[in-house]
Design a binder for this molecule. Structure first.
Ligand SMILES: NC(=O)c1ccc[n+]([C@@H]2O[C@H](COP(=O)([O-])OP(=O)(O)OC[C@H]3O[C@@H](n4cnc5c(N)ncnc54)[C@H](OP(=O)(O)O)[C@@H]3O)[C@@H](O)[C@H]2O)c1
Length: 292
């Protein structure tokens, strides 16, 4: 019988961290109305925080805020805004302070993506992705920093791993996310002495998300990448990393990029079949003999 790879289990953060560690805290999350950032918001709320979620589509945002409040027992409110427009972010911050009086955690997660080759990508499309991901992250930092300083709080920026290599058809997002990583490092250095931390979570491909739907080739999504952890990522995997990075257990961690991808960033361009080659090296002996 062929050896079977180990598949890491999905764990709920409340099984590891105390449920009340974020009691009295307030989260400000761009992109929190859907997908990964909604899952991050839910997890932070499950540990006691209230939240404000920001996005352009008010209907979806309002529905998400209601569901998040209902499932966690905390309060989530929607704030319509476009991260490209600093005024709408300032308004969302005002709404947050009027409702909750503080901001402890910020997730910069709003982003856009699609597949397009450099030669086919319009200048406008390239610029738009940088405006949402990179300038939107800057605008969010600018709008929130005074309050995060006051609470000695913490930022998490949602980036990606695709810019660690030259990923085809992702020039726009690669450039944008590299900028996000750089902004986070500078934020950590400049604001560390004021008591603020800043880190990046870099998700690998996350099953069931809009982003993955848009980027994956139908029918082969689960075969496109190799995962040392045995499976594609789940929103909960990103949520769990979020709880850790916002918690006091991570108080000495700032300016870092944490890929949460089951190890897949190390698996780009494998020359041998995976995972058969690591489960049974003899099966590929004819290919890598001198190294066995
Ligand atoms: N899915 C993956 O496998 C994957 C992998 C690596 C990294 N990521 C990153 O994870 C994050 C979430 O991705 P996702 O797949 O969960 O996608 P998603 O559900 O499409 O989330 C994107 C969110 O950003 C909001 N948004 C987009 N443009 C905005 C703007 N101009 N102003 C305000 N909000 C805006 C959207 O809401 P509105 O449309 O209502 O504005 C939406 O809620 C992104 O940063 C993405 O780059 C995802």
């Amino acid at each position: 019988m062929a050896p079977v790879p180990y598949v890491v289990p999905l764990v709920d953060s409340t099984a590891v961290f105390k449920p009340e560690i974020f009691k009295g805290k307030v989260l400000f999350c761009t992109g929190g109305g859907s997908g990964i950032c909604r899952g991050m918001t839910e997890a932070v709320m499950r540990h006691g925080a209230d939240a404000v979620i920001i996005g352009r589509k008010l209907d979806r945002l309002t529905q998400a805020a209601k569901e998040l409040s209902d499932t966690t027992g905390r309060t989530c409110i929607p704030a319509q805004g476009d991260v490209r427009d600093p005024k709408t972010l300032r308004d969302a911050v005002t709404k947050t302070i009027e409702k909750f009086g503080r901001i402890d955690f910020v997730i910069c997660g709003a982003a856009g993506n699609f597949l397009a080759p450099i030669a086919g990508l319009s200048e406008n499309a390239f610029r738009t992705v940088l405006e949402i991901d990179t300038i939107g992250t800057y605008n969010t930092i600018k709008a929130t920093i005074a309050h995060v300083r006051a609470s000695k709080g913490s930022y998490i920026h949602v980036s990606a791993t695709l810019h660690y290599n030259g990923t085809p058809f992702q020039a726009h997002v690669s450039a944008a996310k590299a900028g996000v990583d750089a902004l986070s490092a500078v934020l950590a250095v400049e604001e560390g002495p004021h008591g603020v931390r800043s880190n990046v979570i870099a998700p690998g491909p996350i099953d069931g998300t809009e982003g993955m739907e848009r980027l994956s080739v139908k029918g082969v999504a689960d075969k496109q990448f190799a995962y040392p952890s045995g499976r594609a990522g789940h929103v909960k995997d990103i949520a769990n990393a979020t709880i850790f990075l916002f918690s006091d257990a991570a108080s000495y961690i700032t300016g870092q990029v944490l890929p949460v991808d089951g190890g897949s960033e190390h698996m780009r361009g494998t020359m041998v079949p995976y995972p058969q080659s690591v489960l049974d090296p003899a099966s590929v002996a004819h290919m890598i003999k001198p190294r066995l």
